[in-house]
Design a protein around this ligand. Structure first.
Ligand SMILES: NC(=O)c1ccc[n+]([C@@H]2O[C@H](COP(=O)([O-])OP(=O)(O)OC[C@H]3O[C@@H](n4cnc5c(N)ncnc54)[C@H](OP(=O)(O)O)[C@@H]3O)[C@@H](O)[C@H]2O)c1
Length: 265
């Protein structure tokens, strides 16, 4: 890839996690200066920054909290003059299955806060920065999920939060960002199952994986790098300068969910 990112600064939320780390490596390889966000795992983000040997800094915030999301940008902008692109990647998935009729309001709120409110607060702080420091181009890449595209039984909290991000935020913000940066772009990557700490416990369940592979043309789990490549592509004006509002599944050709196995009549 020649993404031509060498003059640009990119903030990655959730850079301490699996997809975030791979994205940081991918962006660093293209020359970007990085602001690596973490929540609990500061050490992982610090080690990452050291290992990629790229210019950058680590910022820490619980992105469910308005004051912390705003402070994250203030902390970053104390060290870098501007942020050119934002990767909205932080999120959670509560692995224990919970059909909606048994789901607690506490779980619903926990997921919506961590996956959707955090994205709202992060995007809002970035758009305010664009308003304060006008420029021609800017990019936001949101990390959604195939749960937004196909739903996810027993995880309706996650599917609903990601659908808000994939459809509500991506398709609205692509039309708002151009008022602040005329060539600004907003796109969304929707990973399917990806080999990261979030998915690894579930990936050990062979039958569950067979159900996933039953509707996936490529019959495999993504590596974090495969997801990161799509994020780097969409963040780059040189490569994706005329792409905005795109919702890009990175899911091996997944078509949906296997609902009933052969023996479930
Ligand atoms: N792995 C998959 O199969 C898969 C599939 C579809 C979509 N996704 C999406 O991809 C994104 C990255 O997931 P991943 O697989 O890389 O998971 P991961 O390894 O668990 O990383 C999650 C990241 O989100 C951060 N985070 C969690 N809660 C936060 C909060 N309240 N405030 C700020 N940051 C918070 C974590 O920070 P700390 O670790 O520092 O606490 C971590 O950096 C998520 O949005 C996820 O929904 C993943």
């Amino acid at each position: 890839m020649n993404a031509e990112l060498s003059d640009l600064c990119v903030l990655i939320s959730g850079a301490s996690g699996g997809i975030g780390q791979a994205t940081a490596r991918g962006l660093a390889a293209e020359g970007a200066r990085l602001v690596l966000h973490c929540h609990r795992q500061r050490e992982a983000a610090e080690q990452l920054l050291q290992s990629i040997d790229a210019p950058g800094l680590v910022v820490q915030a619980d992105l469910r909290e308005e004051a912390q999301a705003d402070r994250m940008f203030a902390d970053a902008l104390a060290s870098v003059p501007r942020i050119d692109a934002l990767i909205v990647n932080a999120g959670i998935w509560i692995g224990k299955p919970a059909p909606l009729h048994r789901m607690s309001l506490a779980q619903w709120r926990q997921t919506l806060n961590a996956d959707l409110t955090s994205a709202f607060l992060t995007c809002r702080a970035f758009l305010r920065h664009l308003a304060a420091v006008p420029r021609e181009t800017a990019a936001i890449v949101l990390v959604g999920s195939t749960a937004a595209l196909f739903g996810e039984a027993d995880h309706a909290d996650y599917a609903a939060a990601k659908a808000g991000l994939v459809y509500g935020l991506t398709l609205s913000l692509k039309n708002e960002i151009v008022r602040l940066a005329p060539r600004g772009r907003v796109n969304c990557v929707c990973p399917g199952w990806t080999d990261t700490p979030m998915a690894q416990p579930y990936m050990a369940d062979r039958l569950a994986m067979e159900r996933v592979f039953a509707t996936a043309a490529l019959r495999k789990i993504a590596t974090p790098e495969e997801v990161a490549n799509a994020i780097v592509f969409l963040a780059s004006d040189a490569l994706a300068g005329h792409i905005s509002g795109a919702i890009v599944p990175v899911a091996g050709g997944l078509e949906g969910r296997l609902l009933h196995g052969p023996s479930s009549h």
